[in-house]
Ligand binder design. Sequence first.
Ligand SMILES: [Zn+2]
Length: 129
Amino acid sequence: MKVCNHCLKEKDENEFNWRYKALGVRNKTCKDCQPVFNKIYYEGDAKKKHLKQVKERTAVAREAAREHVYEYLLHHPSELCGEADPRVLEFHHVSEKDMAIINKYTSHKNWMAFLKLACVDILLQRIFG
Ligand SMILES: [Zn+2]
């Protein structure tokens, strides 16, 4: 049994939607209260505040990723041409492109196993011959 943080009623675990199913964690708000909570939260000032927070967190995460990749580039010259200047290095796929490079970065801890570095000149030669 679990107590809803909105109606404060004690309910069965199944009366709460999954928050992180893989971790076995359910929402703190019951299924009856969740739609009411969502309607209040996502309309009006709460929605504006939420969207502002999302935008701020995204900007922080994007900057952290940019710094992380730049730091990586500083210490990993291109294996193809030896170029070490991070300003002219680009990532390219080791094998068939199955997703965008940014998605490789965000979805795989071992993201560099799927990508190689090359300077812009090498990539342009490969594309245009
Ligand atoms: Zn409730």
